[in-house]
Design a protein around this ligand. Structure first.
Ligand code: PMV
Length: 358
């Protein structure tokens, strides 16, 4: 289904006040989205693993809008947050043509994250996917026009307009965003779930090492823009296309070592691109590199399949299958935890995807 607009011939009946709530997780890209065009379309396909424990819960209370009501009231952690509210207003502006019924509705939106404030976890994927799911659920309540598949496709489409990587959080386990001839149904406008993968990948654990919770010096939005004139842009996009294609095969075959190689190459490429952008910038910190080197040494010494990834920030994700949890536990505790800010390590894993709370 590519029709994300509501048919004009279908005006909504006057809505009764009600409440919808969704929980939606964050995700870690194994193949990274870095660079975009047009209205938040990706310059290359990306492939991610949906998390479970790092999530946002969003409650949406709706009622008919009175003459002098504002359109939206927003709180985060039960408090007004002007910066977040301004971002949400912009998101609704970009959604306007897809949700015309909102013109006559007042929304009270309350969000909270499972992960504590300032842990350096990018929350836009979980928060924007949770918000998109709530509003598409409201559309479904009014128009009843979606099958399950269409519902999640529209939620992914709307989440993408809010924050690119959020479109992948709408699905469990693994999803692909961005057109590639090698993944049937893939699209630049929304993500699709990958339904066939070896059970070893569903068992992946992800320990997120909070090396620093400081706000990033350069935002992801600014980083995407720097790809426009980047000297390595074209070769990067070619590499990402090849990695997506190969990873899609690997997920089926169960080749964990090659999965890990690609995950690490993608993380290092992302940060190398930042370092040779103009202007150049660095988001890795000394302890980021120490963690990376320790993971490599541990893997060499033990022959265990333990790998790292990085988001656009200094905090490594350590990925390994659950059947070696006992062997990895001591390594994380003794060698990695001391490198984290206040010893913060967030335990997460390949997740089941979002779900409706009410
Ligand atoms: O969705 P954005 O605009 O915050 O960009 C996210 C980019 C990375 O997190 C670095 C990679 C990705 O694909 O998630």
């Amino acid at each position: 289904m590519n029709d994300f607009l509501i048919p004009a011939s279908n005006p909504p009946a006057k809505i009764k006040p009600g409440h919808i709530a969704w929980r939606s997780p964050s995700n870690i890209a194994i193949v990274k989205y870095w660079g975009k065009y047009g209205q938040q379309f990706p310059a290359n396909p990306s492939l991610s693993m949906t998390l479970e424990n790092a999530y946002t819960e969003t409650h949406l209370f709706y009622k008919p809008r009175a003459a002098n009501d504002e359109a939206i009231n927003y709180t985060f952690d039960n408090q007004k947050n002007r910066a977040f509210e301004a971002r949400i207003q912009l998101v609704f502006k970009s959604w306007k043509e897809y949700f015309p019924f909102l013109d006559t509705i007042h929304l009270d939106i309350h969000s909270k994250n499972s992960f504590p404030h300032s842990t350096g976890i990018a929350s836009s994927a979980s928060s924007m996917s949770a918000l998109a799911l709530c509003v598409v659920a409201l559309e479904q309540l009014i128009y009843k026009r979606f099958t399950d598949k269409e519902f999640f496709q529209k939620a992914s489409f709307m989440a993408r307009l809010a924050s690119g990587s959020a479109c992948r959080s709408v699905f469990p386990c693994f999803s692909v965003w961005g057109k590639t001839d090698h993944v049937e149904g893939s699209h630049d406008a929304y993500a699709i779930p990958l339904e066939r993968f070896h059970p070893i990948f569903a068992s992946l654990l992800d320990d997120i090492i909070i090396v620093s919770s400081d706000e990033k010096a350069v935002s992801s939005s600014a980083g995407h823009v720097l790809m426009n004139d980047h000297p390595f842009a074209e070769s990067r996009y070619t590499q990402a296309r090849r990695h997506t294609e190969e990873l899609n095969q690997i997920l089926k075959s169960g080749d964990l070592d090659r999965f890990g190689e690609i995950a690490e190459m993608e993380a290092m490429t992302l940060h190398a691109l930042m370092m040779c952008s103009q202007p150049s910038y660095t988001l890795m910190l000394p302890n980021t590199l120490t963690v990376i080197n320790k993971v490599r040494d541990f893997r060499r010494d033990t022959k265990l399949p333990v790998y790292f990834s990085l988001d656009a920030g200094p905090n490594p994700h350590i990925l390994y299958p659950s059947d070696i949890n006992a062997e990895v536990e001591g390594f994380i505790l003794n060698e990695i935890k001391p490198l984290a800010e206040e010893g913060k390590v967030l335990k997460d894993h390949c997740g089941k995807g979002p779900f409706q709370l009410s």
